[in-house]
Design a protein. Structure first.
Lengths: 110, 116
């Protein structure tokens, strides 16, 4: 099931700089999209979401952009902090379930 | 902040044995879910549950799996006869509503199931 893809397995960023995590999807029927963060030995924690009818949603240091024509979304974290180091999952919602991407490991170096 | 709790954190069982994974969802949530993540693979949807019945299930959720809400607080996943390939991290989740952007899923910390 390749409906949601995160093509970068890992990303390394300097503290204070911007982190950009990318996600592509294939199913145009998804109604909204989410980003989750996951630390080792913990479950995914909800970060931010965006409706399929919007192109941007911002919450503090986190901004999600949606490009429906390209079926692409991205998560921007600025400024990045060492505590942001985690696995980030993109997920897409279809009625009653989430379809997850494979995740991107973000490392923020101090 | 209220959270989803799962027990046990790690369960080891022999192939062919039955296991029950337990979850206590957030108290005012109405929709409950099980997901799993096999080591090195994606988080995969197993089943959603609302109003004491299954709303949707994936092809993974075959006759070996069942879910139950035996009382007002617990939500369980039973695997009747475990196989080696059932080894995974199992995540329980809950939400106030389903399919609504302002009602995201809240996940527990997972139960690591190891089938030997």
């Amino acid at each position: 099931d390749q409906q949601v893809k995160q093509n970068s397995p890992s990303l390394s960023v300097q503290e204070g700089r911007i982190s950009i995590l990318n996600c592509d999807y294939t199913n145009s029927m998804f109604d909204y999209f989410l980003w989750y963060k996951k630390y080792p030995a913990e479950g995914p924690t909800f970060l931010i979401s965006i409706s399929s009818i919007k192109d941007k949603n911002e919450d503090g240091r986190f901004t999600v952009f949606l490009n429906k024509s390209a079926k692409h979304l991205s998560l921007h974290i600025v400024p990045s902090q060492p505590g942001d180091s985690a696995v980030y999952f993109c997920a897409a919602s279809k009625v009653n379930k989430l379809v997850f991407g494979a995740g991107t490991i973000l490392r923020v170096k101090s | 902040e209220p959270e989803v709790t799962q027990t046990p954190s790690h369960q080891v069982t022999q192939m062919g044995q039955e296991v029950i994974l337990r979850c206590v969802p957030i108290s005012n949530h109405l929709y409950f879910y099980w997901y799993r993540q096999i080591l090195g693979q994606k988080v995969e949807f197993l089943v959603s549950f609302y109003n004491n019945e299954i709303s949707e299930k994936s092809e993974i959720f075959d006759d070996q799996f069942s879910v139950e809400r035996p009382d007002g607080s617990n939500f369980t996943l039973k695997i009747r006869s475990t196989k080696l390939e059932d080894s995974a991290m199992y995540f329980c989740a809950s939400s106030v509503e389903a399919g609504r952007q302002n009602s995201p899923l809240h996940f527990g910390n997972g139960t690591r199931l190891t089938v030997t």
